[in-house]
Design a binder for this molecule. Structure first.
Ligand SMILES: O=P(O)(O)OC[C@H](O)CO
Length: 470
């Protein structure tokens, strides 16, 4: 009967929930964080603000809970990095956020090794992943301290340990997908061979203990946020697929116990490793989903995301959007791509642009779903969806229309921390099996396709032409 403090440290903020044994929410607190967007594709966060948000949200959630917490878990952004002093813990750089494209120069310098790197890691040589960012930090910011992903630093501040988890390590481009361990050859390619490397933990392990939230508590069940949501949405079997609509939209497919590589240009990484046994996943990324909606807000086209559905036209009037505000990921892998709005005339209004942005996100997700089906040689039958943007009925309907499959909406807005909580239960009780740690759920809504197949095909081919020309 484990009670978990599950902390989801994401791009746009930190959410902490206290979760009871049946996923009941006993406490909840959120702290918003606004990344800084810099010219040249830089996206940064203040490390201290991130740590403060973890502590503030965690303590506030615990203060609401009638039950004491047995274990703390942390879901992390996956590919966000920083430099820090391993003795004092002081940050030596900003957080370089996963959306940051400045490490493109590092990747360009390794382009001749791209195929080798992809074969070894399952990932594509792209600045999205953490090792190019770490190399970029070393070349451009500081030679001091250690460079790690954000989780390692946060966990050091909480527990004093120097650790990461296997799902996060597998998002680096310096981890062998088959051995799930650091790869010396790859570390050398990125000039990271003399860097201290954190110990890689399984996702059901205890990392250490923390006093940060009151009484001394174990910290464990660590995982990447997207993988956590995959788990919460019960994607436990090869072929189960979910998409989380957060800052970005991330479509992940469970690919089972074998470390297969995608033939369709998706990324392959570790979903989770339990009792030393890894399960793998493919993922495709829309780098800007809520970020694109925030761009609409910045332009004054909507007041907030809650206004999206009211502001969107019933038809985009020929306006098409490729929402590549931070480059294009799978399967294009074009960090230099920029967003486009095409098909505008003098009669185009904000309502057309709002719908075009939502349809653009949906079209990109639909393409990722098609590629997952292509890799599996079986077209996708259904998609599970979670995240803040699932509140937009217009967006979810567009996803169903363009994918031509039902979209099942996860009933809780907390899929990521609930997935991490399931892993924390396993860390506390080694006799627990994964299907028992994840709480069963029913969709709160299912969106069925309303467009004809012909209309969806026509839209998607026009959208693909626009994307390919980016
Ligand atoms: O912060 P989120 O929730 O958009 O997720 C970040 C992703 O995991 C980055 O790969």
């Amino acid at each position: 009967m484990t009670t978990v403090l599950a902390i989801d440290q994401g791009t746009s903020g930190t959410k902490a929930i206290v979760v009871g044994p049946d996923d009941e929410i006993l406490g909840l607190a959120e702290v918003t964080i606004r990344p800084r967007y810099l010219p040249g594709g830089g996206v940064e966060q203040d490390p201290q603000a991130l740590l403060d948000s973890v502590l503030t949200a965690g303590r506030a959630a615990i203060a609401q809970s009638p039950t004491p917490v047995d274990v703390v878990t942390l879901a992390n952004q996956g590919e966000t990095v920083l430099a820090w002093d391993p003795v004092t813990g002081a940050p030596l750089s900003p957080m370089i956020v996963w959306q940051d494209r400045r490490a493109d120069s590092v990747c360009a310098g390794l382009s001749r090794q791209a195929a080798t790197i992809a074969a070894r890691t399952g990932l594509v040589l792209d600045p999205y992943f953490s090792a190019p960012k770490q190399a970029w930090l070393r070349r451009n910011v500081t030679a001091a301290g250690v460079v790690t992903t954000s989780d390692t630093w946060l966990l050091h501040e909480l527990t004093g340990e120097f650790v990461t988890d296997v799902s996060t390590a597998s998002r680096s481009l310096v981890t062998d997908l088959d051995t799930t361990d650091w790869d010396d050859d790859l570390l050398e390619l990125f000039d990271l061979e003399s860097e201290a490397r954190p110990r890689i933990l399984g996702n059901d392990e205890i990392a250490g203990h923390t006093d940060a939230f009151g009484r001394r508590t174990p910290v464990g069940g660590l995982v990447v946020d997207q993988q956590a949501a995959l788990l919460a949405e019960s994607c436990l079997t090869a072929g189960d697929v979910k998409c989380t609509f957060g800052t970005g939209a991330f479509l992940l497919a469970n690919t089972g116990r074998t470390a297969t590589r995608s033939a369709a240009g998706l990324a392959a990484s570790v979903a989770w490793s339990i009792k030393g046994d890894p399960t793998y996943c493919f993922d495709g990324q829309v780098y800007t989903a809520a970020s694109a909606v925030r761009w609409l807000e910045q332009l004054g086209l909507i007041g907030s995301a809650a206004e999206l559905d009211g502001a969107a036209a019933p038809d985009a009037g020929g306006v098409l959007c490729v929402p590549a505000f931070a480059g294009l990921a799978a399967p294009w892998w074009r960090p230099d791509a920029t967003a486009t709005l095409t098909g505008m005339t003098l009669s185009t209004g904000r309502e057309h642009i709002v719908l075009a942005v939502l349809q653009g996100i949906a079209a990109q997700v639909a393409e990722l779903g098609r590629l997952v089906g292509q890799d599996a040689a079986v077209p996708l039958q259904r998609l599970r969806a979670d995240g803040g943007l699932t509140r937009s009925r217009v967006l979810m309907q567009a996803v169903a229309d363009l994918m031509q499959i039902p979209i099942d909406i996860y009933p809780s807005p907390h899929a990521t921390p609930l997935g991490a909580a399931a892993l924390a239960r396993m860390a506390m009780d080694p006799t627990l099996e994964l299907p028992d740690a994840v709480i069963a759920w029913q969709p709160v809504t299912t969106y069925e396709p309303q467009w004809s197949a012909a209309r969806a095909t026509d839209f998607r081919s026009r959208w693909m032409s626009a994307a390919v020309s980016r």
